[in-house]
Design a protein around this ligand. Structure first.
Ligand code: CA
Length: 357
């Protein structure tokens, strides 16, 4: 074994000097990579689409231009919901979106997007660091895709309703746009759940094609103009206590990157993930104030009876999902074990602090 002293003199010194003279060469590659990324977001979706551009800039700067990523919004290159397939097949090296879009391919994917009454961003990220990411990689590896966390909206709002929700009867027959597991729960409660792209939501609500919709939080909802189409703005976002976003990478393309570029991608993804949550926090407070003061929106809390019922129905929806898919069962077992482990801690820390007089 080479001692530290030997390393600083003799043969070791020559190696060290060559690394200083040519740090890139030390990784065995000067090769330039030109990649494409498509997102599932509309071109003007603030924060989410912006974060992908920011990511490409960060990677370009940190790699000295060795890895350049050209970013396309949903629909510019390919339709938004074909991004996963394109990355899986290697047509594109990278994509960005949310895991629940791929529920039809892998039911287990939904636990890496939004889980009703699930974990908040800080808890979810802790789970990823404690085994969740390994499971996520396992779910996507069937498709030759590698996932990374890519930001979080924070807890969302419950949505926009044309009529008040006073009892569970008001949910029956309600035409609502609400995707993912939350949509399945609302359907069980008797709502008529409608699936539609974000670009159609405002018009549908304004024209009365739907009676209610959820979107994101005050900032994104204000941008979409939803306050002009419905008066009642409900909280809390029981269906999305944190919507995790994802970066997806074609596995073969990933393996073709030298170790330093892989490290740059990982670090830039973490940096951008933090930026997304920060921006949402920065923007939501002022946006909520504008909605309630300038736009005269009526802020409403869902009745306890509604939230209690949604929690019960969530258990049923998840029980059905995990019974039908072994991988979903494995992932949810890890997710729920982690959530239970930290519940007491959350109660006496964040919750107690929020409720203190
Ligand atoms: Ca949402």
């Amino acid at each position: 074994m080479t001692s530290r002293r030997d390393f600083l003199t003799g043969a070791g010194a020559a190696v060290a000097a060559s690394q200083i003279a040519s740090p890139i060469k030390a990784y065995g590659s000067n090769k330039k990579f030109r990649w494409k990324m498509s997102t599932t977001w509309s071109p003007k979706l603030p924060i989410l689409q912006e974060s992908c551009e920011l990511f490409a800039d960060r990677v370009n700067d940190a790699s000295g231009g060795r890895l350049k990523i050209k970013v396309f919004a949903g629909g510019e290159l390919i339709p938004p919901l074909t991004v996963f397939d394109a990355v899986s097949q290697g047509t594109l090296q990278m994509g960005a979106g949310a895991a629940y879009y791929w529920a039809g391919k892998a039911p287990a994917a939904q636990f890496f997007g939004s889980v009703p009454f699930g974990m908040n961003p800080q808890q979810f990220n802790a789970w990823l660091a404690d085994g969740g990411l390994t499971l996520w990689e396992k779910v996507y590896s069937q498709f030759g895709v590698r996932p990374m966390a890519f930001g979080n909206s924070g807890i969302q709002m419950g949505g926009w309703f044309k009529r008040e929700i006073k009892t569970l009867e008001d949910v029956k027959g309600l035409k609502m746009r609400i995707p993912g597991l939350g949509g399945k729960v609302m359907a069980k409660a008797g709502a008529n759940v409608v699936l539609m792209a974000g670009s159609e939501v405002y018009t549908a609500l304004e024209r009365g094609t739907i009676d209610a919709t959820e979107w994101v939080g005050p900032f994104h909802d204000e941008r979409l103009g939803l306050y002009r189409a419905a008066k009642f703005y409900y909280y809390p976002g029981w269906h999305e206590p944190g919507a995790n976003l994802e970066l997806i990478i074609n596995e073969t393309a990933w393996q073709s990157l030298p170790a330093d570029l892989q490290a740059i991608v990982r670090l830039a993804a973490r940096d951008v993930a933090a930026w997304v949550l920060e921006r949402c926090e920065v923007e939501n407070g002022p946006a909520l104030k504008r909605l309630t003061t300038e736009h005269k929106v009526e802020l409403k809390r869902f009745p306890d009876s509604f939230l209690k019922r949604m929690r019960e129905l969530t258990k049923e929806v998840i029980a059905e999902l995990t019974a039908s898919d072994p991988l979903a069962k494995e992932v949810y077992s890890s997710y729920s074990t982690f959530q239970q482990q930290i519940r007491r801690w959350a109660e006496i820390s964040e919750q107690a602090y929020a409720e203190s007089p």
